[in-house]
Design a protein around this ligand. Structure first.
Ligand SMILES: Cc1ncc(COP(=O)(O)O)c(C=O)c1O
Ligand SMILES: N[C@H](C=O)CCC(=O)O
Length: 440
């Protein structure tokens, strides 16, 4: 007999800490049993009980074309048939690097890694190696993966579980990261005034989307580049989530930063560049990137870096992501933003739609209804309204991120039928949010 999600979760919990291989999957903040997925196609995922859901997680971002796009699958099958991993250079790696460099002008040289965590970790080491400085500045509520120096006041799972940081990070390492409120140039100026000659880099999500969506204030990214450069520090723009999702040139493309004064020195990518397989990258000014081994003294390596099957998925995805794909992502995103907002308004639920390109999320309560600009604002919301909203959608066959602190992700495969199913589910979900009460 087919095991249920409950049975699979019980078995997983016996074998795997918390039953999950990444904490946000555990449904801890929304309650209930995670769905164990067995397949995904187009805008849908299917669980082990055979139930199909319209998906608004999209593998946490990569699936811009929808799941299991036939051309991506065919290319991956073809690559796999020629060998899974060579531990040597392949032509397709250069193809992916060239594709990214053609689309994102500040990327003159690029190195492939396997996860976003590796990309940001290596970018930080490179920034330290290049500048000879030790301090790193990050913004509260931003998430850059789970390396030691980046977990202070981080978003994603740490926001979901209200963790200020992680055990196991030595105090000496944590002390090298200075955390500043997002969109607060005065605070950033203060940190540079005090520590300017020790700061190697500022790392920022190009547009924050791991505390829910919180876009940079107009001019913020430019001002932070100018400030950092005035103090001899680098800027790492983390586009792991936004890169090739919000436009064919990522967030950098949307802000159309064309002059040197507003150009980040290093950029990191993940998710879409792997088309659903483990590929990520760091890239930037050649002069900096060439400090990486074997050319320079900054060591960085990986057995699976540039894996030919994974990179084939990324190259094929980027090639298929034409203007029509981005237009569709924008269109579906706009329709859903409006539909959710209307449904919540109809039930009298105070809320705000937070958006950055086609990324969006909702925050609840009068305290946030005017818009949220930083992590303190995010924490002021009535987060307790989300679990009943989430479960009403799930019951109606719509899979949302299992945390109010995550973005919603659409795909170009969200056709009218998928969108209608989401829209039809909204009135009951909005009623559930309206009747929610804070946990005692
Ligand atoms: C902006 C950002 N940076 C870095 C990461 C880390 O990527 P990964 O989960 O692939 O390690 C993520 C997502 O997890 C992310 O959203
Ligand atoms: N917010 C994270 C990535 O963007 C969610 C993915 C994870 O850490 O499991």
């Amino acid at each position: 007999m087919t095991p249920t999600n409950d049975e699979l979760f019980a078995r997983a919990q016996a074998a795997i800490p918390g039953g999950v291989n990444s904490p946000v999957r555990a449904f801890r903040s929304v309650g209930g049993t995670p769905r164990f997925l067995v397949s995904a196609r187009g805008p849908h995922v299917t669980d082990a009980e055979g139930r199909e859901y319209v998906d608004l997680v999209a593998g946490w971002g990569p699936a811009i074309l929808g799941h299991a796009h036939p051309e991506v699958i065919a290319a991956v099958q073809d690559a796999a048939a020629r060998g899974l991993s060579f531990g040597a250079s392949t032509p397709v790696e250069t193809e992916l690097a060239e594709l990214i460099e053609q689309r994102v002008a500040p990327v003159e040289k690029l190195r492939l890694v396997s996860t976003g965590t590796e990309a940001t970790m290596s970018a930080i080491r490179l920034a330290r190696g290049f500048t000879g400085r030790d301090l790193l500045v990050k913004f509260a509520g931003h998430y850059h993966g789970h390396s030691d120096g980046l977990l202070a006041e981080a978003g994603s799972g740490l926001a979901t579980f209200a963790l200020p940081g992680s055990a196991g990070v030595p105090a000496e390492i944590a002390a090298l990261t200075l955390v500043v409120p997002y969109n607060d140039l005065a605070a950033l100026r203060g940190v540079f005034a005090e520590h300017g000659d020790r700061i190697a880099a500022v790392i920022t999500e190009a547009a924050a989307a791991n505390m829910g969506v919180v876009p940079p204030a107009p001019g913020f990214n430019r001002a932070l580049v100018e400030l950092a450069h005035a103090h001899g520090a680098l800027v790492i723009s983390d586009e792991v989530l936004t890169g090739f999702r919000v436009s064919s040139a990522g967030w950098w493309g949307l802000e159309a930063q064309t002059d040197d004064a507003s150009t980040p020195d290093l950029l990191t990518f993940g998710k879409v560049v792997g088309g659903g397989m483990p590929v990520a990258a760091l890239g930037g000014r050649a002069e900096i990137m060439e400090r990486l081994a074997p050319l320079g003294p900054v060591y960085q390596a990986g057995t699976l870096s540039g894996n030919p099957v994974a990179v084939t998925a990324g190259v094929t995805t980027l090639r298929l992501a034409d203007a029509a794909v981005y237009a569709k992502l924008d269109e579906v995103s706009a329709v859903l933003q409006r539909a959710v907002s209307d449904a919540l308004a109809a039930e009298g639920v105070a809320h705000v739609v937070q958006r950055a390109g086609n990324l969006f999320s909702f925050m609840f309560g009068d305290a946030v209804a005017g818009g949220v600009h930083d992590y303190a604002g995010v924490l002021a919301q009535e987060a307790w309204r989300y679990p009943p909203f989430f479960h009403a959608m799930l019951d109606a066959g719509v899979s949302l991120p299992p945390s109010v602190f995550e973005a919603w992700f659409v795909t170009a495969a969200h056709d009218d039928a998928a969108v209608s199913r989401i829209v039809d589910a909204l009135p009951a979900a909005a009623r559930a949010a309206a009747s929610a009460r804070p946990l005692a």
